[in-house]
Design a protein around this ligand. Structure first.
Ligand code: COA
Length: 557
């Protein structure tokens, strides 16, 4: 089928659906929801069999849904309506939720139901819930709806006939609904409120007497104090007492600040660093090391997968320590929601010289990539239970083995960020895996790749696991098996030998210097595209057009 995506942005769910639907043999084109007239034009140009709205903030124009089958993905159970579906579900502490695929009609989220997929819920951040359970459920529900449409006889179910309707219409959640009462809210309630606003819009509050929006909260069960009092800094996060414990707040957005976008709390409140004590920051930087059965597991759970200069340096130090351990395999496990998204664009934007900070950050990423590439003491594995993008996706290729989950999305390109040339030794590692021609095609096409596709193309070595938890369990079994291989020694020797052969042909430093020379031009050169793109990205500027590589209907002209 020809499927037109009408979407607010090219977000992770949209990308995953495109990967799935293309793999299922459908032809997909994308139009961002910019104006009714633009959407109408896209429909006229593409003449799709179905229009799918995976992530839309406005209603589809009547001129479109009256004349085309339009399916809307709503992150709520049957009967749930409104723009804050997940926010309310998290705040109310639902233990089960779902995604519904509805046929667009005159009532926003009120159309007949084509499919619904349920999932269990715990105390997750909204952003995390969206990238994991919601994405998986949405993919299943869309696949079911499309199969039903193709089958031809299926009649979507009006809500009145749906069994056990629990959902109701709920309004936009306002800041008044999110307000934390520090005197009386316990830790769980505070976490629920901040989690329900994570990603966007955050919970409006005050820290150090200044207004700010709170994100990225974690329980601090070992700490307590007078409710509402700031107990100190742990890493880049500030710890605040609740009525039965404390929470750590990692990120804030200050509307009154020189930089109004999201930043680590210690950066946004740099001038207030000395006004509260520094607490023990062990474990607060997202880096964790574990060992089992000859394998060292390095976890790096960085907010939004962004890796600042400091985070890269800490991770490199942790990596070197892992290399010094008497294990045989090192598995780089990434974080809960992302494996890595490359250099930290928000911190770069906030730096006195974004060009200098970009250079520092990319060098720190390269140091890490180089240390992994030069490892001769261990076999290394990049184990991706979650998505990776740009420099973060290329960093995976520094490992000897890349393991992915079918449901992950890899954005193996830099071009979207103002035509960045890219670094992390990609000019060595990508052609090494897929050949020069395919490497060029992957980086130029700027399209997301699914896990299965990445494995088929040779970008990943193995692809397994139903969900993130089963992937991690299976990855551990496979990593231990490698550590126990009778020919482990020969494998390690073969890898080392291959590295020296490659080094003799062209030293790693040459790849690094060439890439960095190009990056230097991106950061300091005449063309400001990277600085412009980064500004737009960090400030979340609305899209003014759909990039040409996404809207194939405009290329048929
Ligand atoms: N630096 C800082 N923040 C980043 C980031 C980065 N490198 N990559 C992603 N983020 C943030 C986004 O701003 C967003 O913030 P929010 O919490 O305020 O919503 C959040 O991470 C999630 O990103 P989003 O774009 O919504 O996620 P996605 O899964 O839909 O898309 C990517 C993933 C990788 C395609 C997209 O985030 C991206 O293009 N990131 C930039 C990658 C990049 O160019 N890195 C620099 C070159 S190495």
């Amino acid at each position: 089928m020809r499927i037109l995506f009408l979407t607010h942005s090219f977000n992770s769910l949209t990308q995953r659906l495109i990967v799935d639907l293309t793999a299922a043999g459908h032809e997909v084109s994308i139009e961002f929801d910019i104006a009714d007239s633009v959407a109408e034009e896209a429909v006229a140009l593409y003449r799709p069999d179905i229009i799918l709205a995976p992530f839309l903030k406005r209603a589809i124009p009547a001129t479109i849904w009256q004349n085309n089958l339009c399916l809307v993905v709503h992150p709520g159970i049957a009967g749930d309506r409104g723009p804050s579906a997940l926010d309310w579900a998290i705040q109310r502490g639902e233990s089960a939720w779902g995604v519904t695929v509805l046929q667009a009609n005159a009532i926003m989220d009120g159309g007949d139901i084509w499919a619904m997929e349920a999932f269990p819920m715990g105390l997750e951040k909204k952003s995390s819930l969206y990238r994991n359970q919601v994405t998986e459920a949405a993919c299943k529900a869309v696949a079911a709806a499309l199969a039903r449409h193709l089958e031809g006889r299926f009649q979507p179910c009006p809500l009145e006939r749906w069994p056990d309707v629990r959902g109701i219409e709920r309004p936009l959640m306002r800041q008044a609904d999110r307000k934390i009462n520090w005197e009386s809210d316990d830790t769980r309630t505070v976490l629920r409120k901040i989690h329900a606003a994570d990603g966007f819009p955050g919970v409006r509050d005050e820290l150090f007497g200044a207004p700010c929006f709170l994100f990225d909260a974690h329980a601090e069960p070992e700490m307590a104090g007078r409710p509402g009092v700031l107990l100190g800094w742990r890493g880049q996060a500030v710890v605040r007492a609740t009525c039965d414990g404390a929470v750590r707040i990692g990120h804030v957005r200050r509307p009154d600040h020189a930089h109004t976008f999201k930043l680590p709390a210690a950066v946004a409140f740099a001038s207030e660093l000395e006004s509260v004590p520094l607490l023990d920051d062990a474990g607060a930087d997202g880096i964790r090391y574990e060992e089992a059965e000859g394998v060292g597991y390095l976890y790096f759970d960085f907010y939004n997968g962004a890796m600042s200069t400091d985070q890269c340096q800490r991770l490199l130090a942790a990596y070197r320590q892992a290399c010094a351990c008497p294990t045989r395999v090192i598995a780089l496990m990434g974080g809960e929601d992302f494996w890595s998204n490359g250099i930290h664009l928000n911190l770069i934007e906030a730096a006195d010289s974004p060009a200098d900070e970009s250079m520092r950050n990319i060098r720190a990423m390269d140091d890490l990539a180089e240390a992994i590439l030069r490892t001769t003491s261990h076999l290394t594995i990049a184990a991706l239970a979650a998505n990776a993008g740009a420099g973060g996706a290329f960093l995976t290729l520094a490992a000897d083995l890349v393991w992915v989950r079918p449901g992950i999305v890899l954005n193996l390109h830099y071009k979207n960020m103002g035509n960045l040339y890219g670094s992390e030794f990609w000019t060595y590692t990508l052609p090494r895996r897929v050949g020069a021609e395919q490497a060029a095609s992957i980086t130029q096409s700027r399209l997301p790749l699914g896990g299965t596709q990445a494995a088929r193309m040779g970008i990943a070595d193995e692809c397994f696991g139903e969900d993130a938890a089963s992937f991690r369990n299976e990855a551990k079994k496979r990593a231990s098996a490698i550590a126990a291989l009778p020919d482990y020694g020969e494998r390690l020797a073969a890898k080392t030998e291959a590295r020296w052969r490659d080094e003799a042909i062209r030293p790693l430093t040459q790849y690094r210097e060439l890439e960095l020379a190009e990056m230097k031009r991106n950061f300091y050169g005449f063309d400001p595209s990277y600085h412009y793109a980064r500004y737009q990205f960090v400030h979340k500027a609305p899209h003014a057009w759909t990039p040409r590589h996404l809207c194939r209907h405009r290329n048929i002209l």
